[in-house]
Design a protein. Structure first.
Length: 120
């Protein structure tokens, strides 16, 4: 009768915590782990789209979302100054690719560059 108790004790005290640690490590280093930079870029992309719907054009740079620089039909502000900064005070880069498409990028979790491209 002692062997089943030893086996159960070993399972509970050694194997279960090791499996938990391995799973936690996997989640922490997984590409599926939540990165707030991705969410921030998605939110900023929607604000750029709102600007485009109101004015008919993409902003020349991200500061056009914060203050009206003499642009007709501007109904902003569309974003706050802090929103156009990336996490950890790393700037969000904005690039107009065509009349209706743009790309946003910033440094995300673990120093990895996160990009979001909008194409109609």
């Amino acid at each position: 009768m002692r062997k089943p108790r030893i086996l159960l004790t070993t399972l509970v005290l050694v194997v279960a915590p090791a499996a938990f640690c391995a799973w936690s490590y996997h989640l922490a280093n997984s590409e599926q782990a939540f990165d707030p930079t991705k969410a921030r870029l998605a939110s900023l992309a929607m604000k750029i789209e709102a600007y485009q719907l109101d004015t008919g054009d993409l902003p020349k740079d991200l500061t056009d979302l914060v203050a009206n620089n003499g642009i007709p039909r501007w109904r902003g502000p569309y974003a706050k100054e802090a929103e156009i900064q990336g996490l950890r005070n790393k700037s969000v880069e904005y690039q107009v690719l065509s009349k209706e498409s743009f790309k946003l990028s910033a440094i995300g979790r673990g120093g990895v560059r996160v990009e979001r491209t909008h194409e109609p």
